[in-house]
Design a protein around this ligand. Structure first.
Ligand SMILES: [Zn+2]
Length: 458
């Protein structure tokens, strides 16, 4: 073959190949930024991160990063963190009424507004730890199909509970493993849970009635069965004894810290040596007394964006009155410092705290970070809890939770240093999910439409 013909055929082959390829994905280069990778590494100055399509293509010191590719973002004076993760929440929006088919009615507008409030505040992933499937699995499908502006949603669907146990009202009731296995098979096949949520808590504290406890052999059999299906098990526990039993029965994560008292040194060692991830869930305990004593927090801009004026008004009146009279409020007020200290001791020993609110909004998730700092974690540890560790708890740490090549480009660019002050984690220049910068002006927030933060970008 003559050289010219060879080159011509090569060029035409390239042309055919190019035509056959899908539309070129967007490339973004964020240069000269201070990087906080989510793995607990101290902040790295003057780094360059290249995003190609949905994924992170490279992370390197700017000096050796090569030429800018695609859209250029000057990260000078800014801080890049992984998209934040609420590793234990329950999406609100289930209504009292039922549909003709027996499923419950849901408030999609409320639910999607709350999901938007997470994304607005830098949370690119949420993990729903138990909900009605007609509610959460619908929103999960909407998110995965790209039909709503929402964080990634991972969900347990129905919790799995022993009849009458904690969570019975939203639970799939299992009394006997062999007899009820078909129910578990249906749960796995129809709901495709991203993880299993069990409850193992006899209650009887803080003015609650005692409830039946799942027999330990049953818990072990169920956790084993889901594990053999490639599904992790997270368990609701609040007591050290129950947490210890569940760990040795084979669960993969705890949905709460131990709340019922100070943990023993042995338990601290166990949590550290097992690297057993646990959700921190301080915000749920804190929110009662906070509303009673400081309802003015609802006037802050993030709460004004996330909640409607009506809802903020009812929280300041009816909900606040209810909380003021509840034994539950007083109990958590007394116990919160105790379980904050439990968390701090476990983290100090090398344990794995994962941010989780047990609530349902972006502002609540930022409150969790403040409480982690109050508990004694460093800002770097709080950020790791809200990123890599939360991804680990829900089994998604290979794909999200840190700024590393090949991971999804879920990123938050901050205007100020979150390591100097964790409140700077909500001083956001932009939120990126799967390589796309979120346009805040399109988010269906209950508090009304917001301004697009990074106006220069289309
Ligand atoms: Zn929960």
């Amino acid at each position: 073959m003559a050289p010219m013909n060879f080159i011509a055929s090569l060029l035409s082959a390239v042309a055919v190949l190019t035509a056959a390829m899908p539309a070129r994905a967007d490339t973004v280069t964020i240069s000269h930024v201070t990087l906080i990778d989510g793995r607990g590494t101290p902040p790295q100055a003057d780094m360059t991160v290249v995003v190609d399509g949905e994924r992170i293509a490279s992370v390197a010191p700017s000096a050796i990063a090569g030429p800018v590719r695609g859209m250029a973002i000057d990260g000078r004076g800014k801080f890049l963190i992984p998209g934040l993760i609420d590793g234990h929440m329950h999406l609100r929006g289930v209504l009292p009424g039922s549909n003709p088919d027996g499923t419950r009615q849901t408030d999609r507008q409320l639910a999607e507004g709350l999901l938007a409030s997470y994304l607005y505040l830098g949370f690119t992933t949420v993990a729903d730890f138990g909900n009605l499937p007609e509610h959460i699995l619908y929103e999960r499908a909407q998110e995965r199909a790209g039909r709503i502006l929402s964080p990634r949603i991972f969900a347990a669907g129905n919790m799995v509970v022993y009849p009458g146990a904690k969570g019975d009202s939203v639970g799939l009731r299992i009394a006997d493993f062999e007899r009820d296995k078909p129910l578990l098979d249906r749960h796995i096949a129809e709901q495709q849970p991203d993880f299993l949520k069990l409850t193992y808590d006899a209650q009887g504290y803080a003015g609650t009635a005692a409830v039946p406890l799942m027999p330990l052999p049953l818990l072990r059999d169920i956790a084993r069965y889901y594990g053999l299906h490639g599904i992790r098990t997270v368990v609701h526990v609040t007591h050290e004894l129950r947490a210890t039993e569940a760990i040795f029965a084979g669960v993969d994560g705890l949905a709460h810290p131990v709340e019922e008292g100070p943990v023993s040194d042995d338990f601290v060692k166990l949590m550290a040596v097992k690297k057993m991830p646990f959700a921190t869930t301080l915000t749920i305990g804190d929110n009662y007394q906070r509303l009673v004593e400081h309802p003015e927090f609802l006037d802050r801009p993030d709460y004004q964006a996330a909640f409607s004026a009506d809802e903020r008004r009812s929280m300041k009146t009816e909900v606040r009155d209810r909380f003021a009279k509840s034994t539950w409020t007083g109990w958590h007020h007394v116990m919160l410092p105790v379980y904050m200290n439990n968390i701090a001791r476990i983290v100090k020993a090398g344990g794995v705290a994962a941010l989780g609110t047990d609530q349902s909004s972006g502002p609540a998730a930022h409150r969790e970070m403040q409480l982690l700092i109050a508990a004694g974690l460093t800002p770097l540890q709080a950020i790791q809890a809200a990123t890599y560790n939360a991804a680990l708890l829900i089994g998604q740490n290979e794909k999200i939770g840190s700024i590393e090549p090949a991971k999804f480009a879920d990123l938050v660019l901050l205007n100020a240093d979150p390591v100097a002050n964790i409140d700077n984690a909500s001083d956001i220049a932009f939120v990126m999910k799967a390589g796309k910068i979120v346009d805040e002006s399109l988010l269906p927030l209950a508090g009304g439409l917001q301004r697009k933060r990074f106006d220069r970008l289309k």
